[in-house]
Design a protein around this ligand. Structure first.
Ligand code: KG4
Ligand code: ZN
Length: 356
């Protein structure tokens, strides 16, 4: 089975071809990603209209490159998959229309993919891991703990009631005069900082409900920064270190709570797996905190390589292949879904804003 995957939900234009053999094993034949970072950097964040236009300008070339790199023509494919949501509507429409048009022209099945499902299934492609497993999704737009029970079967455990963790890194960087995206900048600055000089809160830590909250941490950081202004490089490093340490504690506690709540999904004696996706997974301190937690709680940890943790076409192609193998094909009338929760039955987190 050969599937082309198209990803345009945020600020990466991506296309890839993935092969899936009979034993549900995956192979990446090509994986082409064009980041729009340069276009958005002057604005300190993703500008939806610029993103949509940039997808329009390069998607056809990216798809052609993915097919060429795989050494395949459209007629060789078993199906064509495109991200249908959640994400920025303009970008979603570009990828969806392109995917549908190619499917129609080539007479191939079309697969409308939930971007979160694609992140959740990536460990099947990279590690051959089969559900059930627990998943931490930490990106610029999403912060969730999920129980992956099977293809199309997800139980959302925790979500953020305000900012996503990546978003909190980006806002912290902006506040401290560092570049965009903020995560890598804050991590770099934190390396030489003292995490104890500026005490910061750990919202939700110890709470029974499994959700995340970052807004109080962000506000406390702003107040500390304002009180210490004008900031020296040392102040910035110490503030970054304090922020990163707080985020590590929050993640460790919240994932630990998710492990408790997912307990019933893992039968006695069955291996327990924790998996991670999203750009924030690139943070070395967070990765170390997760490794410590997994070891302490008897979980194995599977972290896909960074290029497959962040947005890419291979994960869309793989989710498409997994769905196609189960006959879960979509019609060409499938509309973009800017909001598309993986677990629609999950109750809204109390106090949650529109992002949850
Ligand atoms: O998954 P991703 O590449 O894109 C989407 O959000 O869809 O995640 C990007 C986010 C940004 O908020 C960025 O600041 C954060 O991941 N990030 C990091 C690091 N690298 C990227 N956060 C903390 N530490 C990092 N090293
Ligand atoms: Zn993503």
């Amino acid at each position: 089975m050969l599937v082309l995957g198209i990803e345009t939900s945020c600020d990466e234009t991506a296309a890839a071809v993935v092969a899936r053999d009979g034993e549900a094993r995956g192979r990446i034949l090509s994986n082409v990603v064009r980041s729009q970072l340069a276009e958005h950097r002057p604005y300190g964040g993703v500008v939806p209209e610029i993103a949509a236009r940039a997808h329009v300008e390069c998607l056809d070339a990216i798809v052609a490159a993915a097919l060429a790199e795989a050494g395949l023509a459209l007629s060789d494919l078993s199906g064509i998959a495109a991200t249908a949501g959640p994400g920025l509507n303009g970008g979603l429409v570009v990828g969806l229309v392109t995917g549908k048009t190619l499917a129609l022209a080539a007479g191939k099945p079309f697969l409308a993919i939930n971007h979160l499902e694609a992140h959740a299934l990536t460990v099947g492609l990279t590690d051959g891991l089969e559900p059930p497993y627990l998943m931490l999704l930490v990106s610029g737009g999403h912060t969730q703990t999920l129980l992956v029970e099977g293809v199309g079967r997800y139980r959302r455990i925790g979500t953020t009631i305000d900012d996503a963790i990546g978003e909190a890194f980006d806002k912290t960087a902006k506040l401290l005069g560092l570049g965009y995206p903020g995560g890598p900048e804050v991590e770099r600055a934190a390396r030489s900082g003292d995490p104890e000089r500026f005490p910061l809160p750990r919202p939700m830590v110890g709470r029974v409900e499994p959700h995340f909250s970052l807004a109080g941490l962000k506000t406390a950081l702003r107040q500390r920064a304002e009180a210490a202004a004008p900031l020296t490089d040392r102040d910035v490093a110490d503030l970054c270190a304090a922020f990163e340490a707080a985020v590590c504690d929050i993640i460790e506690d919240r994932v630990s709570r998710a492990m408790e709540l997912a307990e019933d999904a893992f039968g006695p004696g069955r291996p327990r797996w924790l998996t991670v996706a999203g750009g924030v997974a690139a943070n070395a301190s967070i990765a170390a905190a997760l490794a410590r937690l997994a070891a302490a709680r008897g979980f194995h940890l599977a972290v896909p390589p960074p290029a497959l943790c962040t947005d890419n076409g291979a994960m869309i192609a793989w989710a498409g292949a997994e769905r196609l193998a189960r006959g879960l094909v979509d019609g060409l009338d499938f509309a973009a879904r800017p909001r598309w929760p993986l677990d629609p039955a999950a109750p809204a987190a109390i106090g949650a804003g529109v992002k949850a």
